[in-house]
Design a binder for this molecule. Sequence first.
Ligand code: PMP
Length: 357
Amino acid sequence: MTQITPQPGIMDIALYTGGKSTVEGVSNVVKLSSNENPFGPSPAAQEAVRRVLHEMHRYPSTDHGSLRQAIGEVHGLDAGRIICGVGSDEIIHFLAQAYAGPGDEVVFTEHGFGMYKISARVAGATPVEVPEAERVTDVDALLAACTERTKLVFIANPNNPTGTMIGQAEVERLADGLPPQAILVLDGAYAEYVEGFDGGASIVDARENVVMTRTFSKLYGLGGMRVGWGYAPAGIIDVLTRVRGPFNLSVPALAAAEAAIRDTAFVEKCRAENTRMRTWLAEALMEHGVPSDTSCANFILARFSSREEAEACDLFLQKQGLIVRRVAGYNLPAALRITVGDEASCRRVAHVIGRFK
Ligand code: PMP
């Protein structure tokens, strides 16, 4: 008889599924459930991957120097304070592994991204979910939830799945109000969709207790390559680098990300199209009696009158080949999260929701 058991808390982790991409018996499926870029990866990123195919027998760079340099140049950041990960998911994991453990608390909002809870539990820490009014990150509620055991506070800005965002002054108030042992993590997975927004980099620069995470999975169209990064004070980068392991990013992933971040024309086009179609989709859904909060990201949180109606609409959409995301797991049972697709997909989803209503 073995006595093999996982660490306490592991079996409390709900299985995380990426959502489906096919519907049985339906062809011509459009996936609007994972906030992917409808325009795909930049042609420059595809070309860069082709160029490194012959290097696949070599281990990748251990320090990601070339990619960090590119990120630093494009964003005007110190490349020495950037760390790269297998998606920003991995940076979130590193933070929890390095800074939270049994007896510690990890704080985030009830509508906060699912990885915060998973990472907290994997680290053996206690996740603390903070309720919020009106689906907007509530700084007072987050501050009130902090204790002498709080080690990490996560907010996504803009937030997934609400799409809402809070201003710089509010973020600074949160950073400056935290207990001394706590790190504020500013998750900027959707920061690129907000023109001129630095994702909180200046807040990181002015403090010792703030980290920013970013991703190549959204605007850069590289969800399948799994590349994210973090920007932090030098001491925190030193700690996270010890947790990282030497070869976390693959050769093609590094090449694709570096080419993608330098392809500014593609990025501009995708951002502008997203803004245009997001406005169009929100207005079209409103005309069908489905309101949404003002979204700052590449998705819309469509709100229905009840959980039953949201689920019925989801099934109706699926039958028409449209996959959107249920967000009941984010305490939003009467809502569906719809990625802003290209114009044809947006028109199709609005048309089908109109028929449903
Ligand atoms: N943070 C937020 C708020 C997200 O929505 C996502 C992706 N769904 C991530 C982080 C992780 O993205 P990735 O690991 O692909 O970088």
